[in-house]
Design a protein around this ligand. Structure first.
Ligand code: FES
Length: 89
């Protein structure tokens, strides 16, 4: 069974549990959050959120630039937590 981490949405004041084989966007929706998205496949950047703490897997993040990654942005539609994570959302 995949390891689970806590994902905190700082502005919303919501914390959810997301496993390393699940996507943050999907679990946030299940928790009742209404976050922006479009393609849900890592190609449009609509779901991009800034990661303040922790690591988010971005193996399928085709549309994000190196600069955006450096600035802490992550695509959460294809993003799985690799540690406890805090997002600025
Ligand atoms: S919804 Fe398009 S990259 Fe995430």
């Amino acid at each position: 069974m995949a390891k689970t981490h806590r994902v905190t949405f700082k502005k919303s004041g919501i914390t959810i549990e997301v496993a390393e084989d699940e996507y943050i966007l999907e679990k946030a929706e299940e928790a009742g959050m209404d976050l922006p998205y479009d393609c849900r496949s890592g190609t449009c950047t609509t779901c991009m959120q800034r990661c303040l703490e922790g690591e988010v897997d971005q193996d399928l993040a085709f549309a994000i630039s190196d600069e955006e990654l450096e600035e802490g942005y992550r695509l959460i539609c294809i993003g799985s937590p690799l540690s406890d994570v805090t997002l600025d959302a």
